[in-house]
Design a protein around this ligand. Structure first.
Ligand SMILES: Cc1cc2nc3c(=O)[nH]c(=O)nc-3n(C[C@H](O)[C@H](O)[C@H](O)COP(=O)(O)OP(=O)(O)OC[C@H]3O[C@@H](n4cnc5c(N)ncnc54)[C@H](O)[C@@H]3O)c2cc1C
Length: 417
């Protein structure tokens, strides 16, 4: 197959200014198409290429990993929080093992720091016991319950009544990880087409049709509320790994039962960084989970930067699909939000000084449950669910998606090839 970029440019010349229905865009057969070059899309592309498939990755942004994959805590999660036997639990535990092995083999910077989940009041201590039981049922058997005094000996700046130590939690340089996945995929012949957005799809008798357009053209088109595809791809296998846009994208697939497409919710998480240069902690410190997230925790990155976050702010997901595809989400961090961080952090870090938190960055969780609703699992939907051969939708790939990425890819290859 010719590089998609050349086809897109050819299509652009032929089709400029024409609408979706009457585009007459060039049509090109493809073997496997992955929408989205986040950590999950890249891991899937690599796994498909390793399985001998001819892979094209279509990415709306000018580079890989500019979505949620570069806006997270970069924590390699152990698999403590998720319902036993859920996809999140199974793929996190498996993904953690695969990720540590991959990083060690490929020289991807990472660190096995360990983490303490802390109870700071008597009312919280039974929740630690519940987490311990939950983790054991999910196959995480290295956790250790400890008295507050033991934990505070390990971390002198910490204050808590009881703590759960997770020795296998760590951190990873997510950019280096993605770069390495990309290199693997490209070395196996994968084509990646940046600045190229999937703007819709069609499931016909002859299979899948994917409407593709240059992102730049979409920005122009958007003013006129007019989306014109410049190329129609006809893939045998289509993986929708569009992250925050996976649900809006699936809604554009004519012929896919809309009953199979869940409602998308979005929850922004902001981080504040600690202005002091020396980290007060050598491990990751987590409070107990809250509604929508796992609590404003202390994360360290590989450069020693200390971050607190992410908090949970439910945001309106009512953007038009094109704005979603172009990642026009609001990632600004309101400096005023730090007033909520200080009291929460001081519960476990009482020496946190006034004025030492600085606005950092934010990420947005692609959620399938709204405020106050019970947490949902990852949704990996293939023909067995929606009846369409060759289509795999990935919905709700929030945390622990980075940790689980290699296992998600393994799952897709074993189940849908
Ligand atoms: C605040 C926060 C903290 C987190 N912390 C952790 C953590 O510590 N550990 C962990 O394991 N996980 C964590 N996660 C989860 C993890 O970051 C995600 O699960 C993971 O990055 C999802 O990757 P992805 O490839 O599915 O999505 P993304 O990285 O969002 O990639 C999707 C890609 O699709 C592209 N795209 C979208 N629409 C289109 C279209 N129509 N056409 C072409 N391209 C398109 C986008 O440009 C984007 O590049 C966190 C998430 C958040 C929000």
């Amino acid at each position: 197959m010719l590089p998609l970029r050349r086809l897109a440019v050819a299509g652009l010349r032929r089709d400029r200014g024409r609408g979706l229905a009457s585009s007459g865009a060039p049509r090109e057969a493809a073997d496997a198409v992955v929408v989205g070059a986040g950590v999950v899309g890249l891991a899937v592309a690599r796994a498909l290429a390793m399985a001998g498939r001819e892979v094209v990755v279509v990415e709306a942004a000018p580079s890989f990993g500019t979505g949620t994959s570069s806006r997270n805590s970069e924590v390699i999660h152990a698999g403590i929080y998720y319902s036993p036997n859920s996809l999140k639990a199974r793929l996190c535990v498996r993904g953690k093992e695969m990720l540590y092995k991959y990083c060690a083999e490929r020289g991807v910077p990472h660190k096995l720091l360990g983490k303490l989940i802390v109870a700071t009041s008597a009312a919280e201590t039974p929740k630690l016991d519940m987490l311990l039981r939950n983790a054991k049922e999910s196959g995480v058997d290295d956790l250790r319950m400890m008295e507050g005094s033991q934990a505070m000996e390990m971390e002198p700046e910490l204050q808590c009544l009881k703590a759960l130590l997770s020795p296998s939690t760590g951190i990873v340089d997510s950019h280096s990880f993605m770069l390495s996945l990309l290199a693997d995929a490209e070395n196996l012949g994968t084509t990646i087409s940046y600045n190229t957005a999937v703007v819709g799809g069609h499931v016909g008798y002859d299979g899948l049709e994917l409407h593709v357009s240059e992102s730049k053209e979409l920005q122009d088109d958007y003013v006129e509320s007019h989306v014109s595809p410049q190329l129609t791809l006809l893939p045998k296998l289509l993986i929708n790994a569009a992250g925050l846009s996976a649900v809006p994208l699936a809604k554009t697939f004519h012929g896919l039962s809309q009953g199979c497409v869940p409602t998308a919710y979005y929850a922004r998480g902001c981080y504040f960084t600690l202005s002091q240069s020396k980290s007060p902690f050598s491990r990751l410190i987590y409070p107990l989970p809250e509604d929508g997230g796992i609590g404003v925790h202390v994360t360290l990155d590989l450069n020693g930067l200390v971050k607190f976050g992410p908090d949970v702010e439910w945001i309106d997901g009512g953007m038009d699909p094109v704005s979603c595809f172009l990642n026009r989400f609001d990632y600004s961090v309101n400096p005023q939000r730090c007033s909520r961080f200080y009291p929460v952090i001081r519960k476990y870090f009482p020496n946190l000084k006034d004025g030492c938190l600085e606005p950092g960055y934010s990420g947005i969780r692609p959620k399938l449950c709204g405020p106050g609703q019970p947490p949902t699992d990852f949704v990996i939907q293939g023909e067995d669910v929606h009846g369409i051969p060759g289509l795999v939708n990935l919905f709700g790939i929030e945390s622990p998606g980075l940790t689980s990425s290699l296992a998600i890819a393994e799952h897709i290859v074993s189940r849908y090839l």
